[in-house]
Design a protein around this ligand. Structure first.
Ligand SMILES: *[C@@H]1O[C@H](CO)[C@@H](O)[C@H](O)[C@H]1NC(C)=O
Ligand SMILES: *[C@@H]1O[C@H](CO)[C@@H](O)[C@H](O)[C@H]1NC(C)=O
Ligand SMILES: *[C@@H]1O[C@H](CO)[C@@H](O)[C@H](O)[C@H]1NC(C)=O
Length: 472
């Protein structure tokens, strides 16, 4: 993807930790040391400026949230260019969330892309509006994608979709291949560790909300990245013996919160080896006002701690994958899949091949009125990978699954991958109609009677099974 020069710095990834038998070569601002944790502080000065501006936004956010600027419905790039001229610099300036907060101009898409008879994707209909207006629509229950960056760069291959990056020949086994290994890793899961993480991650005195364009949101993902760095420092030493490279990358965006990407790369992997990705989103939101309390214990603290603990258990068991394995903690899912769209666009640009992507979103609350079941989502997923996921549930978990659809346009970060033609699957805590109704409110806490670390542990096992069956 092309980025105007002024924004190039936002594409820098900050390598926090590298346990490696060899030097990193692809990131100029990174360092590699054997068995040593690096907390690289290469944050560009511009970020500080932007942060200061947003802080002043924070002080009168309610006023801002109600005073929204003009709304521009624009149906195509052509009309957009007619309105604003072909020079996208203007757009970049005014769409920057860090400097314009709730007044930033965003490109929002409400419907799934349609396909013409030849299977080519038609230009998705896009409407331009402010960030605040977008969030108000979301509060009213409208599901949406924020495609601002992707829409401005149609050549990014996300829009339109280019199936050429996707290995269509990928198949998944119909029976487990590594059952003893998977079962040997389960005892490394610590429910106490998950509780301790969640107590801090949802503590209102530290992270009042994890809204992606707030300092709390930014601080929460920095804290998350340090927690992961701590695990790698404590448990990852075995990787340094020439087995694999472990990277914890804080992935900067054009808003305040970072995504965090953790990569376990076996020493003999090549850059074209298919990557297995396990994801969740680390932001939260209060649907009434993005600057009100949003502990997000279920949505999606639960997915975050699920994939985090599966990573910790794999490290604790000294697991070395045979193909690259990544854990993605996406920023700004609640803003319309922003973090995952940005990362997917970069992976498409780099021609990365994905073996399969599994998304965990809302997996920590157990509805007492229905029998416990794993909700397998059928929207924006790959059928074969979903069948593989169902096989893993049958094989490794103590409760059945129920396949079901999201209502309307609701989705999660797996859709960003499906959009780009990659294969993805997705699970939730139950059938969609039975999920926690406290999501997006201050009541989405771990202190709800039916918040269940026992249920959460099932998903942690599923993430481990997915990781090992895909990469061993
Ligand atoms: C974010 O963290 C910094 C550094 O610890 C702290 O000074 C700041 O007050 C925090 N911001 C918020 C909104 O909590
Ligand atoms: C890397 O090494 C492992 C273990 O020796 C082997 O199973 C795997 O096929 C190798 N991968 C590649 C890409 O050579
Ligand atoms: C939070 O829970 C309390 C107690 O059950 C309830 O009165 C309140 O309406 C809930 N708040 C929201 C925003 O759902």
């Amino acid at each position: 993807m092309f980025w105007p020069k002024a924004y190039t710095w936002t594409r820098l990834t900050l390598v926090l930790v590298t346990l490696s038998a060899f030097q990193l070569t692809n990131a100029s601002d990174s360092h590699a040391y054997d068995g040593q944790v690096i907390l690289a502080d290469s944050t560009p000065a511009e970020t500080e400026t932007a942060t200061t501006t947003i802080s002043s936004d924070l002080n009168n956010n309610e006023e801002q949230f109600d005073t929204l600027i003009t709304y521009w419905p624009v149906e195509s790039q052509a009309i957009y260019e007619q309105a604003f001229g072909p020079d996208s610099e203007w757009m970049f300036r005014d769409s920057d969330l860090r400097t314009h907060g709730l007044n930033a101009i965003r490109a929002v898409q409400f419907e799934s892309a349609s396909y013409d008879e030849e299977g080519a994707q038609e230009t998705p209909q896009v409407q331009w509006m402010t960030e605040g207006e977008k969030l108000k629509l979301k509060a009213e229950g409208t599901s949406l994608l924020d495609v601002t960056e992707n829409f401005l760069h149609p050549s990014s291959s996300l829009f339109p979709h280019t199936p050429s990056n996707t290995p269509t020949a990928l198949t998944y086994p119909s029976t487990p291949r590594s059952r003893p290994l998977v079962l040997s890793i389960f005892p490394h899961i610590s429910s106490a560790e998950q509780k301790s993480f969640m107590t801090t991650f949802t503590d209102p005195s530290l992270f009042y909300t994890r809204y992606y364009n707030s300092e709390w949101g930014r601080n929460s993902s920095i804290w998350l990245s340090k927690r992961i760095a701590g695990y790698v420092e404590e448990l990852g030493g075995y990787a340094g013996e020439g087995k694999m490279k472990i990277e914890v990358v804080r992935w900067g965006h054009r808003w305040l919160q970072d995504s965090v990407v953790v990569r376990l790369t076996p020493f003999n992997a090549s850059s074209t080896d298919p990557i297995t990705v396990i994801g969740a989103h680390c932001d939260s939101i209060n649907r009434e006002d993005p600057f009100f309390a949003a502990p997000g214990a279920d949505d999606d603290g639960s997915g975050t701690v699920t994939i985090l603990e599966s990573l910790r258990a794999l490290l604790s068991a000294k697991y070395v994958p045979k193909s690259p394995l990544e854990f993605h903690f996406y920023a700004a899912e609640e803003g319309g899949l922003l973090g995952s769209l940005a990362i997917v666009a970069e992976y498409v640009k780099q021609g990365k091949v994905i073996k399969g992507m599994q998304q965990f979103d809302g997996v920590g609350w157990l509805n007492p009125t229905v029998p416990p079941r794993i909700g397998v989502i059928l929207d924006h997923v790959d059928t074969a990978l979903t069948d593989f996921q169902c096989m893993l549930i049958d094989e490794y978990l103590d409760i059945p699954y129920i396949k079901n659809h999201y209502p309307g346009r609701a989705s999660s970060d797996h859709e960003s991958w499906s959009r780009a033609g990659y294969k993805a699957c997705h699970v939730m805590e139950s059938a969609f109609k039975d999920v926690n109704q406290n999501m997006h409110t201050p009541n989405d806490t771990i202190y709800l009677r039916d918040y269940s670390f026992e249920h959460l542990e099932r998903f942690t096992k599923l993430a481990i099974a997915f990781a090992v069956e895909m990469t061993s």
